[in-house]
Design a protein around this ligand. Structure first.
Ligand code: GBH
Length: 461
């Protein structure tokens, strides 16, 4: 890493956690074995045009059968934490009723394998694979789904909490709600904005219900939390419409989640914005107390930040619908293969800001990483300088935030393996380990060795 970045990385505090993350549908494959039923992603992948190249998670990285070797890989990389998600339709087919012994057995073996290798297991209960039967009953826009989620969570908790210390309820509820129900880019592919806002509330309610029940049943002190995707929304200028656009983007992207979780109320400005569109959050009595149940760790997934303007192309400040314009403008930075701009200082700004506005909430970076068009040499080695540089600059950004007072306890890279990148299919590679999809061979990239070294150096200090 450049000297200035390395100097910052050297200041990361003792006890800082190093790891990698994955999610079930993106790596497991084996979609129809051991009693698993379809999730909304199995269904969505069959919709023509929904996924680039017509890709599906049917086979993915075959992690379901290759799990022990994948755990050995994490061990070889010298990382101390592995964050994985549990597939709801494996553990509780159809989303209701008792546990499916064959389904939970996989995670039982995974946890044992991790512990045997000295790796700390970190469970995410929901990384977007809702059982299709629950979507058929209305999905997240329907209140009952929150209760179904809490019941499912307890099935997993009862099976694994004797060995797992760290629990995340939801991964990025913004994505589940907005990409899934407003923009239609993710499963279930609906485009119904009011339903998406209801989904936000029911996801948060599900988080709160599950948190309360897990806390109650916890056999010892455990870390329970939620993971949010967040970014810094920079205004394009100090002009009122630009400031307003950044406020709205930050409101819908971050505060709509953080405020109820930490402060126990939805942000008044966002409620007012929604009201102008005739949308009301379906809050019932007691919901906000449940949603703001104390939690131990806030997971932050960061990829990039954006600049916002409230002006349209012709200087207008309202769209044809009469609503204010919120539009992104380029920051003119280098981009990853996702076309996402590389904005490490947006990471620092985000973390410092969260630590000020939501004090007393310890954070862990539960995902950070980048897709690049990796090329392998004749030996298969992948010299992914772009990704390696991305990790270095973003680790330095985390260290800088800590210097400025943010309480950040660890860093988990996204992702262990190249995998099924949702609507982009297998074309976009986020892995620190290359997957050859013909042979399923795993080939560590340069960035994996970089992370191994940084973690080693840090521990030896
Ligand atoms: C994560 O989502 C996922 O948790 C993970 O499964 C996935 O593989 C990984 O990222 C890589 O994509 O301009 O409207 O898109 C991150 C998804 C992408 C959500 C950027 C916020 C910015 C808002 N994030 N997005 S938008």
């Amino acid at each position: 890493a450049p000297a200035a970045e390395q100097a910052l990385i050297d200041t990361l505090p003792p006890g800082f956690r190093w790891g990698v993350a994955t999610s079930a549908y993106q790596i497991e494959g084996a979609i129809d074995v051991d009693g698993r039923t379809p999730s909304i992603w199995d269904t969505f992948c069959k919709v023509p045009g929904a996924i680039d190249n017509g890709d599906t998670g049917d086979i993915a990285c075959e992690h379901y059968t290759r799990m022990p070797a994948d755990v050995a890989l994490i061990k070889d990389l010298g990382l101390d934490t592995y964050r994985f998600s549990v597939s709801w339709p494996r553990v509780q087919p159809g989303g209701r009723g008792g546990v499916n012994p064959a389904g939970i057995a996989f995670y039982d073996r995974l946890v044992d394998e991790l512990l045997a290798q000295g790796i700390d297991p970190w469970v995410t209960l929901y990384h977007w694979d809702l059982p299709q039967e629950l979507e058929d009953a209305g999905g997240w826009p329907v209140r009952d789904t929150a209760y179904r989620f809490a019941d499912y969570s307890m099935l997993v908790f009862d099976a694994l909490s004797d060995r797992v210390d760290t629990w995340t309820t939801l991964n990025e509820p913004w994505c589940s709600a907005m990409l899934g129900y407003a923009y239609g880019a993710h499963a279930p592919g609906r485009k119904e904005y009011p339903a998406a806002v209801a989904a936000v509330h029911h996801l948060l309610l599900g988080h709160g219900l599950a948190t309360e029940r897990m806390r109650e049943a916890a056999p010892r002190k455990l870390d329970i939390g939620i993971t949010l995707n967040a970014a810094t929304a920079y205004p394009a200028s100090d002009l009122e419409p630009d400031l307003e656009a950044a406020r709205r983007a930050d409101g819908m992207g971050a505060r709509l989640y953080l405020d109820p979780l930490v402060h126990g109320h939805y942000p008044a400005d966002v409620i007012a914005d929604l009201a102008t569109e005739g949308i009301e959050i379906p809050i019932q009595e007691g919901d906000l107390a449940t949603i703001s149940a104390p939690f131990d760790v806030l997971g932050i997934n960061y990829y990039f930040s954006q600049k916002f303007t409230g002006f349209g192309e012709n200087g207008e400040t309202a769209g044809e619908d009469g609503l204010p314009i919120t539009r992104t403008l380029p920051l003119n930075r280098p981009r990853t293969a996702m076309d996402w701009e590389i904005v490490p200082e947006g990471f620092t700004d985000l973390l410092v800001r969260i630590s000020k506005d939501y004090p007393g909430v310890p954070m862990v970076i539960t995902e950070n990483g980048a897709a690049f068009e990796d090329t392998a040499d004749t030996t298969g080695y992948v010299a992914d300088e772009g990704r390696t540089a991305y990790f270095a600059s973003h680790l330095a950004a985390v260290a800088s935030a800590i210097q400025q007072g943010a309480d950040i306890r660890g860093y988990l890279a996204w992702s262990l393996l190249d995998n099924f990148e949702w609507a982009y299919g297998y074309d976009k590679r986020f892995g620190i380990v290359r997957v050859d999809y013909e042979t399923q061979a795993r080939i560590p990239k340069q960035s994996a060795l970089y992370l191994k070294e940084v973690a080693q150096q840090h521990r030896s200090k």
